[in-house]
Design a protein around this ligand. Structure first.
Ligand code: B12
Ligand code: SF4
Ligand code: SF4
Length: 373
């Protein structure tokens, strides 16, 4: 038994919290804290986001709203929310390869859902063994809950205008989150050491870099319009993406990191080295040649042996995303002339292939138009 295991069963909520947080450190989480289970302070903002259809095609977000806004509805009798974060990147700029589509950093290694969930479930089952009859719900994107708001309450960081949680000490927003909602009483402990219930400090001040840099104008302060966000367009939209975004998704083929890349808090720093990137997120693949992805079939996708969350996109989605990104790539002055010619020809082939899905053909046609090719 480890040092922390005894404390998990303690009758004292503060002692239990210390043991839980020690366990989180043993599991290698960069940050961990505990918040009281209570309703969102920003229910009005969330309801407005839905009412204005800023959730785009993610209809599930408009369902189970009451559960999402209060963990005590999600888990009746819930008293605590354990929040953890893994660091998945250090913010170093990418070496850009002309004619390639970049993969967002969170998707370059193993699937964070699996990596975080496995450790949280192991912790929850230890707690469960010590507290029979109590309920636990482990959530890594998988349940209706506002993970960032709870993480902010638990002192894991501050929410920026790009809506991402920015960690302390130069960690930036290169963090993926997980939570365990439980009926076990745990004393609130903020990861930043501030008193529980402290108002979240504003990390942004007058800065508007993420708003200015967003390629599709998806950000207004503290709100992202998912119907415009490149991350949603390339990952969540399973079929049609309006041709208006061709050439505007920059060189992103799966996800987008632009609002994080420009954020002053997310630049690589010496201070941040104390919380190294978790080894599970070491990049397997950072980019894909657009010419290759434009022709990907199911068999090619299999052969490409993509790992982690990248497996969630179909071959047709890769072709569509490659077409959207090609709209910008052919205008890149660094792309050699012969590669530009090959890319334009591949787009024309895609747009005129009657065996191709209509929404992939449309994306290719829009990209040709956007590039003026
Ligand atoms: C739906 C979703 C998306 C959607 C919508 C994004 C969005 N901003 O809501 C899309 C597909 C676009 C998306 C994209 C990405 N996502 Co996402 N996504 C989610 C998911 C599943 C739900 C988020 C949600 O509820 N959105 C609804 C909106 C209204 O909620 P919210 O932004 O949290 O709203 C709060 C703020 O607006 C706040 N607020 C309002 N006014 C004010 C004012 C002030 C001053 C403050 C401080 C706050 C504030 O109050 C609202 C209610 O709490 C979460 C997981 C989860 N269950 O939480 C992951 C999650 C947010 N995503 C994550 C990631 C990594 C990404 C990407 C970086 C992936 C990528 N590289 O492509 C991008 C980033 C885009 C961006 N800038 O947000 C991480 C974020 C980690 C972090 N450090 O914050 C999460 C937490 C997943 C995880 N488990 O780690 N995502
Ligand atoms: S992920 Fe990209 S498209 Fe989405 S809000 Fe950030 S910069 Fe804009
Ligand atoms: S880029 Fe500026 S405005 Fe945007 S989240 Fe970072 S500090 Fe805030």
């Amino acid at each position: 038994m480890t040092a922390s295991a005894g404390g998990l069963a303690s009758g004292d909520p503060a002692e239990r919290s210390r043991a839980v947080l020690a366990r989180c450190a043993e599991h290698g989480f960069a940050l961990a804290g505990i918040a009281e289970a209570r309703a969102s302070d920003r229910a009005g903002e969330f309801r407005a986001w839905i009412a204005e259809a800023r959730h785009g095609g993610m209809h599930y977000l408009a369902e189970a709203v009451e559960r999402r806004l209060d963990p005590r509805v999600l888990v009746p009798g819930a008293r605590s929310v354990l929040c953890v974060a893994d660091r998945y990147a250090d913010g170093r700029p990418d070496a850009r390869l002309p004619g390639h589509g970049r993969i967002a950093r969170y998707a370059r290694g193993e699937d964070y859902h699996t990596v975080i969930r496995a450790r949280l479930e192991s912790l929850a089952s230890e707690l469960s063994a010590a507290h029979s009859g109590e309920r636990f719900r482990t959530c890594v994107d998988t349940a209706p809950i506002l993970e960032r708001e709870h993480a902010e309450r638990a002192g894991l960081g501050r929410i920026g205008k790009h809506t991402l949680l920015i960690g302390p000490e130069g960690l930036g927003s290169w963090l993926v989150l997980g939570v365990v909602v439980s009926t076990v009483e745990l004393a609130p402990v903020r990861a930043d050491g501030l008193a529980s219930g402290s108002p979240p400090p504003d990390p942004c001040g007058m800065c508007t870099r993420c708003i200015d840099a967003c390629p599709t104008e998806a950000i207004t302060a503290w709100s992202v319009d998912a119907s415009r966000c490149v991350s949603a367009l390339t990952i969540e939209e399973r079929e049609e993406v309006t041709g208006a975004f061709a050439g505007r998704t920059l060189d992103w083929i799966f996800g987008c990191d632009t609002c994080q890349e420009v954020c002053p808090h997310s630049q690589p720093t010496v201070r941040a080295r104390r919380a190294p990137v978790h080894e599970a997120y070491r990049a397997h693949r950072s980019s894909v040649p657009l010419l290759e992805a434009l022709g990907w079939t199911d068999a090619d996708l299999e052969a490409a042996r993509l790992n982690g969350v990248l497996r969630r996109a179909s071959a047709a989605m890769w072709r569509r995303n490659a077409a959207l990104a090609a709209g910008a790539a052919v205008a890149d002055p660094h792309l050699p002339r012969e590669d530009r010619g090959a890319l334009v020809r591949a787009l024309v082939d895609r747009a005129s292939d009657t065996a191709e899905l209509p929404w992939v053909r449309d994306a290719a046609a829009a990209a040709i138009g956007a590039a003026g090719a």
